[in-house]
Ligand binder design. Structure first.
Ligand SMILES: NC(=O)c1ccc[n+]([C@@H]2O[C@H](COP(=O)([O-])OP(=O)(O)OC[C@H]3O[C@@H](n4cnc5c(N)ncnc54)[C@H](O)[C@@H]3O)[C@@H](O)[C@H]2O)c1
Length: 439
């Protein structure tokens, strides 16, 4: 929405949220989301044509176009628990829009939703019988955290799906005209509603599947002395395969990939396609296997026990350049190490202590003496038995590993879970260094 405000100066953009703390943060100098370039765009436009407010009903009444961008987490109760998307927040928005009234509206699904959710939104809006007409549009978001501003400024494509009726197509064109302020027309793809909804889940499933595929090969590389980075380069130069998303690691994380693949699996089962569901479930299973394999290798290298040992955890975010730790592979790896009675010294340049504790499910009291929150990588590594590099932050490439090594317990072990570092140089320093798929 900040990018829309920035590119469409004549349009007023009001962002509303029920969470007053979040809105207060959006109105402050300390935004709740860290994303390179976001601070500048928000501060340039806030108070001009970009506003943040908790007055949901009033802003609905004033708006011509409403983007529903609420969370759609995996359901953790009742039917479909563990797989289906929990649509109660989307439903509550639709009910709120119907109740608030204020005129004819275009309602845009920006949240990632299962195919045919627009039907539910439409039924709720139409059943309001308030004399106003509503058009539901699907406009899924393809930005990646960490590069969100660049992705929004210069998207590979913008996808807009709408009803094939005349009114539906008029609404599609209105939404197209927003993006056309800065995105070339050829990159704005219009489809029917269901294709648009399903394309978002499919895109995330394909991306996650590429990561699981290269991670599957990384296990074979470790067993066969092949090098997964070399294999990735060799296959990525094939134009049919392409080089992106072929970086082997401890696995994918973030709030979207797992939930969207699970949701796809749920939909397949719902539509009577268990074989298709089973195919995609493997993507998640491989991701779990990759995290567990990392822990097993770490334990092996530490004489099968980490009890009472200090392990430096470098990075907790699910990827670099974000403060987001949701579903980060660091969570299950750290939980497993804590189960094995290791003491963790965690450093991440952006993820807060409270976010680390809440994602781990640990209280401050439990963490006392077991988890140390460090303000530099050097502090985390001080007197550590081993280092586990879990996020590919650029600053980890620049550390003085010779001096870090000198302050560690011996033998000093380093596991690079992102294949970020040069293992040969680390070994020359004296580290017992390991990567993913290249031992
Ligand atoms: N985070 C990403 O990178 C990304 C990328 C593409 C798509 N998406 C999709 O966008 C959606 C939102 O993701 P997110 O990461 O921003 O989630 P989030 O949980 O960070 O934010 C959702 C916000 O919606 C608010 N909210 C919930 N119900 C509300 C209501 N009825 N009225 C007003 N506010 C309400 C919550 O308070 C919360 O602040 C999800 O469907 C997600 O899959 C996210």
């Amino acid at each position: 929405m900040a990018m829309i405000a920035n590119k469409c100066k004549g349009t007023i953009v009001s962002v509303v949220d029920l969470n007053a703390d979040r809105i207060a943060a959006w109105n402050s100098g300390n935004l709740p989301v860290y994303e390179p370039g976001l601070d500048e765009i928000v501060s340039q436009n806030r108070g001009k044509n970009l506003f943040f407010s908790t007055d949901v009903d009033e802003k609905i009444r004033e708006a011509d176009i409403i983007f529903i961008s609420v969370n759609t987490p995996t359901k953790d109760y009742g039917a479909g628990s563990g797989q289906a998307a929990d649509l109660r927040f989307v439903e509550s928005c639709a009910r709120g829009i119907a109740k608030a009234g204020g005129g004819d509206k275009i309602v845009v699904e920006k949240s990632t939703v299962p195919v045919r959710t627009a039907q539910m939104v439409k039924e709720i809006l139409d059943s309001a019988n308030n004399g106003y007409s509503y058009q539901v549009i699907s406009n899924p978001e393809f930005l990646a955290e960490g590069t969100a501003m660049a992705d929004l400024e210069n998207p590979d494509r913008v996808l807009i799906g709408g009803d094939t009726s005349e009114e539906g197509q008029v609404a599609v064109e209105k939404v197209v005209s927003i993006y056309a302020n800065w995105v070339e027309k050829e990159r704005i793809i219009t489809t029917n509603l269901w294709s648009s909804e399903l394309s978002k889940l499919t895109a995330n499933a394909f991306l996650a599947q590429r990561i699981s595929s290269i991670n599957a090969i990384s296990a074979l590389c470790e067993a066969s002395e092949a090098d997964v980075d070399e294999v990735a380069k060799a296959i990525g130069t094939d134009s049919r395969i392409g080089p992106k998303f072929l970086k082997s690691s401890i696995g994918f994380g973030g709030s979207c990939f797992q939930k969207d693949v699970l949701n796809l699996c749920y939909l397949c089962r719902h539509f009577g396609l268990p074989e298709v569901a089973g195919y995609w479930e493997q993507v998640i299973q491989m991701n779990e296997y990759q995290k567990e394999r990392f822990v097993t290798r770490l334990l092996d290298s530490m004489f099968n026990t980490v009890s009472g040992k200090r392990l430096a955890i470098l990075g907790f975010a699910f990827k670099k350049d974000t403060n987001d730790a949701r579903e980060s592979p660091a969570i299950s790896i750290c939980r497993r190490l804590l189960e094995e009675k290791a003491n963790l010294a965690i450093y991440d340049p952006r993820v807060s202590k409270s976010s680390i504790l809440s994602t781990l499910g640990w209280s401050e009291e439990q963490a006392e003496g077991r988890i140390h929150f460090c303000s530099t990588a050097e502090e985390a590594c001080d007197r550590a038995n081993a280092i586990a590099l879990l996020t590919e932050w650029d600053e980890f490439k620049e550390l003085n590993y010779a001096s870090i090594y000198a302050n560690m317990q011996q033998p000093a072990i380093l596991f690079d879970g992102r294949n970020l570092l040069n293992l040969k140089s680390l070994r020359e320093i004296g580290f017992r260094a390991h990567g993913i798929g290249r031992d």
